[in-house]
Write a protein that binds this ligand. Structure first.
Ligand code: ASP
Length: 586
């Protein structure tokens, strides 16, 4: 038997017991006549003591030679510890060792395997199996396991069944590029890895399974963006005979359950907001509603007053930064520099101070009177003591820039408290947007999303104005889930493919299986998918999602531990009948 106890379980009650423990040497301290060793496993750390007088000679000798991360097994007696360590659960005891067995030696690890490590990100990823031994990393994976178990428990008890769908499929468009896999047996042909199991889950509804879920890997070949993984995990769900309200209620239930179970927080309400309102008041379709600074649009108040910059712009909008009227010129200049940063890209900021004495002072005093500035304060909800910051420009970019500024200020002011949870449903998304460059529509969600029932006629006359039966769940400024009621009518689906610029033949070749299935009694259905990695990271304290993935890829989509992607050899290429162009020099 390798162990009678794990390294996290011995207490005062166990004093005088003979125990066997196995684990890794976290560190050892050699005092000459005594060696202390911290023995670590998944469950904790137990202090071992090797004593020149009390341990057998040979054991004491070997103890002097064991290094960090050696794997050892010991037998010994649990004794009371003289200087207690309240930091660890076993801190009241130590084990006086009388037998020592080195199970495996270890090279000195390339970085310290403690909470505060000296290892940089790249090094830790290269030796991820060592990084996983660190408590903070391990705890994130334990937390993830707990979250997925709670999800399973909740969904299974709500009548969902867990069904696996294939990975080697054909393109399922979710707006990204496919990862493709060449087929050896069908030369010249390729599978695509699923961007989501979307079409399969719809087919499961047609198959009568009624309520499906799967915690499933999805693959999207997107351009590099911070904190995105090319493979990520979704909680993918679908239900038959439901409308939007039914899906929203079901998944409010799941979200409420998770936040209660894992954070002990009761969510009172799940407010809803239309996409249009979110864009107008937060400049963003995933607003963080834990704090204010809502947008005030100022066009009618500021145009034609002689300030030509505003006169020529499409949108002039501002936010009231609480208690910031006291900002110095230097602080304001700092913010102006920040918005001019290429990632934000604004041309500048107009500012108004709402002074404590009721007066107003602005960067545009030459053009606007205090009475006029007072109307801006009213529009942006600024109180005495606030600072109004204004950006102008084209509608879409101005909103995005002001939203970035709002989030940055909230971060600096500590308004994004990770222990406060504010969910929000965003509804009424547009169904399509017009792609000028390619002269065709794009599906905003995906091509299977149903238009609102009362807008079917509009599809013929003004497709761009049609609202989708789609919804996103936002948590603390992050989209954690999104879904829709689906089209289940073959004619409507084919009309949408038309609008998306597919020829009849293309639609048939790519999605004929689905449209055909719609002809055999497809029930009304809808669903949602949550991003598990992000959800876990928000519940676990808003850190980067990579921390909550056992073996993540870096920002260039590489696994630096196994060194993938990598070349394949010529015989594999030949077998796959693939030719490659000149190889990039490394
Ligand atoms: N398949 C969608 C996605 O991956 C989610 C859904 O519509 O259920 O975003």
């Amino acid at each position: 038997m390798y162990r009678t106890h794990d390294c996290g379980s011995l207490r005062l009650d166990d004093i005088n017991q003979n125990v066997t423990l196995s684990g890794w040497v976290q560190k050892s301290r050699n005092k000459g006549f005594i060696v202390w060793v911290d023995l670590r496993d998944r469950y904790g750390i137990t202090q071992l003591i090797f004593d020149e007088k009390r341990s057998p000679n040979n054991v004491f000798e070997i103890a002097q030679s064991i290094g960090r991360e050696f794997v050892i097994q010991i037998k010994g007696l649990v004794i009371k510890r003289e200087s207690k360590n309240p930091e660890i659960s076993t801190g009241d005891i130590e084990v006086l060792v009388n037998e020592l067995n080195i199970l495996n030696e270890s090279k000195t690890p390339p970085f310290t395997l403690e909470d505060n490590t000296d290892g940089g990100e790249e090094l830790r990823m290269q030796y991820r199996y060592l990084d996983l031994r660190r408590k903070s990393v391990k705890e994130k994976l334990l937390f993830r396991s707990k979250v997925s178990m709670e999800i399973r428990k909740y969904l299974i008890s709500a009548g969902f069944i867990d069904v696996e769908t294939p990975y080697l499929i054909k393109s399922t468009p979710e707006g990204a590029r496919d990862f493709v896999v060449p087929s050896r047996m069908n030369s010249g042909q390729f599978y695509a890895l699923p961007q989501s199991p979307q079409t399969f889950k719809q087919l499961l509804m047609i198959g009568g399974l009624d309520k499906y879920f799967q915690i499933v890997k999805c693959f999207r070949d997107e351009d590099l963006r911070a904190d995105r993984q090319p493979e990520f995990t979704q909680i993918d769900c679908e239900m038959a005979f439901v409308n939007q309200e039914d899906v929203i209620n079901q998944f409010e239930g799941l979200t409420r359950h998770l936040i209660k179970k894992l954070k002990g927080v009761n969510i009172e309400s799940f407010p809803r907001m239309s996409y249009e309102e979110a864009m107008k008041t937060y400049g963003n379709d995933k607003p963080d509603i834990r704090f204010g600074m809502l947008f005030g649009e100022l066009n009618d108040l500021v145009k034609d007053k002689g300030f030509t910059i505003f006169d020529s712009e499409e949108l002039i909008a501002g936010i009231a930064v609480p208690d910031a009227a006291t900002y110095t010129r230097k602080e304001i200049d700092g913010l102006i520099d920040w918005v001019k940063h290429p990632q934000v890209g604004a041309k500048g900021l107009v500012w108004v101070k709402c002074n404590d004495d009721g007066s107003y002072k602005s960067s545009v005093d030459k053009f606007f009177s205090e009475t006029q500035l007072a109307t801006w304060a009213e529009r942006t909800g600024a109180k005495i003591g606030d600072l109004i910051l204004i950006i102008s420009g084209e509608i879409k970019t101005t909103r995005a820039q002001l939203s970035a500024l709002r989030m940055e200020l909230a971060k600096r002011m500590g308004l994004r408290d990770p222990e406060v949870f504010a969910p929000l449903w965003i509804t009424d998304f547009p169904l399509l947007n017009w792609d000028k460059a390619n002269q065709r529509y794009h599906a905003i969600h995906h091509p299977f999303t149903a238009p609102k029932q009362d807008q079917l006629d509009l599809l013929k006359t003004d497709p761009g104005g049609v609202t989708a039966n789609a919804y996103d769940l936002v948590l603390n400024g992050n989209e954690i889930g999104g879904g829709s009621i689906r089209i289940h009518d073959q004619k409507l689906q084919s009309q949408i493919f038309d609008l998306l610029g597919f020829t009849k033949e293309e639609a048939q070749a790519q999605f004929g299986f689905l449209m055909n299935a719609f002809k055999y009694g497809a029930p009304p259905h809808g669903g949602i998918a949550f991003g598990l990695d992000r959800l876990v990271s928000i519940l676990g304290g808003d850190e980067t999602i990579r921390d909550f993935i056992a073996f993540p890829k870096n920002n260039s989509g590489r696994d630096v531990m196994i060194d993938a992607p990598s070349k394949i050899n010529d015989s594999q290429l030949k077998e796959l009948k693939l030719k490659v162009g000149p190889q990039k020099k490394e």
